[in-house]
Design a protein around this ligand. Structure first.
Ligand code: NDP
Length: 252
């Protein structure tokens, strides 16, 4: 039982690379108008151009989700250009592991601001749209990209895991607020996926450990995560796949 994605309007954070970018391409190919949010403007412009070239509709909106004024400006531009949105994907995220006793408060703050408060800023900016769309009988979705790190403990990933556990908790809890108004909330928890996420790890030992995991386990691709997002958001509107844990088959 499914509904068509064509004609919907999406906001996708983290659209400059990885899962956000792949999701934007896939949804756009299915007829969804996509607003692309991340900090790197050139990346977004390139992606928007590629989507338009392929016959889709896209808007590049350079946005820093850690900055409320930036999110406010993005919401205004999206609303002025596309009107109301009915699909929100929170894919922006950073992963900066280090032993907690190194006390890298700068990294902790960046992860909390991006992965948790950033998602909340986007939710605040666009959920009135979702509620209004649902009230008109249209399909409305909030999709949060959490992580398997919300459940599985990895040494030196305590703060990253804590931000993802918080996001998973938020998704579950927000269902109690939005579900009764027919807005779906879907929490996706990927395992190892081949994106730029690991490029920002500044600890050589942990970086090497990640390389070893990719070699041993193989990673999922961003397109494979995008495919799941297209699947969940195209079910009939009374069906909410609320939690999806997806890992490479070899990853324990
Ligand atoms: P990427 O690093 O490729 O993508 C992350 C995106 O977030 C980038 O496009 C980046 O763009 C954007 N971003 C980062 N900080 C900000 C900010 N302050 N404001 C706006 N955008 C921001 O990695 P992934 O695709 O892997 O990450 C997507 C999500 O998936 C993340 O939440 C990550 O935690 C999660 N995840 C990833 C896994 C993996 O193995 N790769 C596993 C489980 C979960 P820019 O720098 O231009 O702002």
């Amino acid at each position: 039982s499914y509904t068509t994605l064509a004609g919907r309007t999406a906001v996708i954070t983290g659209a400059a690379s990885g899962m956000g970018s792949a999701t934007a391409r896939l949804l756009a190919a299915q007829g969804v108008r996509v607003a692309l949010l991340a900090r790197r403007a050139e990346r977004l412009e390139e992606l928007a151009a590629a989507i338009k070239e392929a016959g889709g509709e896209a808007l590049a909106v350079a946005t820093d989700v850690t900055d409320q004024a930036s999110v406010d400006a993005a919401a205004e531009l999206v609303h002025n250009t596309f009107g109301r949105v009915d699909l929100v994907v929170n894919a922006a995220g950073v992963m900066l592991p280090n032993p907690v006793d190194e006390g890298r408060a700068d990294e902790w703050q960046r992860m909390i601001d991006t992965n948790v408060t950033g998602a909340l800023r986007i939710i605040r900016a666009f959920t009135a749209d979702l509620v209004a769309a649902a009230a008109e009988g249209r399909t409305a979705d909030l999709v949060n990209i959490s992580s398997i790190g919300a459940h599985i403990m990895f040494p030196n990933y305590a703060v990253y895991g804590a931000t993802k556990a918080a996001l998973t908790y938020l998704s579950t809890s927000l269902r109690t607020e939005f579900g009764p108004r027919d807005v779906r909330v879907t929490n996706i928890e990927p395992g190892l996926t081949d994106t730029e996420l690991a490029d920002h790890v500044d600890n050589a030992e942990l970086s090497g450990q990640l390389d070893g995991m990719f070699d041993a386990l193989g990673g999922l691709s961003s397109d494979e995560i995008a495919d799941l997002i297209a699947y969940t958001t195209s079910r009939a509107r009374h069906i909410n796949l609320r939690q999806l844990i997806v890992q490479p088959t070899r990853q324990a």
